[in-house]
Design a protein around this ligand. Sequence first.
Ligand SMILES: [Zn+2]
Length: 228
Amino acid sequence: MPPARTAAPALTLTFDNGPEPSVTPAVLDVLGRHGIASTFFVIGQKLLDPQARACAEQAHARGHWIGNHTWTHSGPLGERPGDATARLEIDRTQAEIGALAHRPPLFRPTGGGGHLDRRLLSAEAAARLQAGGYTCVLWNAIPRDWREPDAWVDTALAQLAAQPWSLMVLHDLPTGAMRHLDRFLTEAARRGCRFRQDFPPDCLPITAGQITGPLADFVTSSGPAPAS
Ligand SMILES: [Zn+2]
């Protein structure tokens, strides 16, 4: 028997922590040249800068989705419990996103370096997301472009090859990493990668306010999570 053909990997791209007027427009241009639609998970308070706001508007106009990545990005919400914090980080950001919001609204928790564990959400934050009808978007590929602004491309290609559908976190930040975005996308396409904008269901513990995954694995039940 011939060996089974390996299906071409799929890739959903997301860009966190922007918008950054010095970086995001170039990212949009590269994505446009490749015909790729993605999601930008923006930091709410950055939108107060009119130039940053214009970047988000341009992304939205080009068909990218705009998601909520907290107001201050000052640490995983599971380590910062309380309803007031949840309302500031989630609700205020969504209000600032305003007309650029995706339906259902999209929220990505801050991972404090990429941790996928109970530090991600407080009980109050999880409740806000459900009550607000949010889809909570985690990830399964994080090539740490902010730490390795040159080497991340090789990491990303390896992660892409290791699973059928990658939901990848990159950052439109001035680290220099995005200089390599075009090279990464060219190589991914050469390897047969299919780009898509929607999210792998197993990365969504909440979908439009409904629990659709192991949400408890991502919520600090009481007090700060123990150090690991
Ligand atoms: Zn982030």
